[in-house]
Design a protein around this ligand. Structure first.
Ligand code: 5GP
Length: 118
């Protein structure tokens, strides 16, 4: 069984966070260090450490993450101008918390996806 992170405590409401949405498959809460006017993390309730650990049985939760992203983007008023969804994976992807999560970012132009190589 995969090791829990702080996100499991947030999902179980054992530590405080600003939860924007929760159901039987996923939880969404505001990032503690927001990088844009809207910065929400959408996570499966089940511990899946990284994208590399995803299996077919996780497809319902992963699909739900996208439908919740669309719903929250609408609620946050982001749908018209657009927004960005990011999933970082392991070291090179810049993943810090090893509980798979999708960042929903918006509310300002977000610039290029990656810093350009010189
Ligand atoms: P990663 O770099 O793993 O893709 O993103 C992890 C995100 O989790 C970061 O944006 C970080 O600010 C956020 N984060 C880390 N610890 C906490 C926490 O305890 N509460 C909340 N709400 N966000 C957290």
């Amino acid at each position: 069984m995969a090791e829990e992170t702080i996100f499991s405590k947030i999902i179980r409401k054992e530590i405080p966070s600003e939860i924007a949405y929760q159901d039987d498959l996923v939880t969404a809460f505001r990032d503690i260090n927001p990088q844009a006017p809207t910065h929400i993390l959408i996570v499966p309730n089940k511990v899946i450490p990284t994208v590399s650990d995803v299996s077919c049985e996780d497809e319902a939760a992963l699909g739900r993450m996208f439908s919740v992203a669309a719903r929250l983007a609408e609620e946050e008023g982001l749908s018209g101008d657009g927004y960005r969804l990011i999933v970082n994976c392991r070291d090179h992807g810049g993943q810090e918390v090893y509980h798979l999560h999708m960042h929903l970012l918006g509310g300002r132009p977000l610039g290029p996806m990656l810093a350009r190589r010189q």
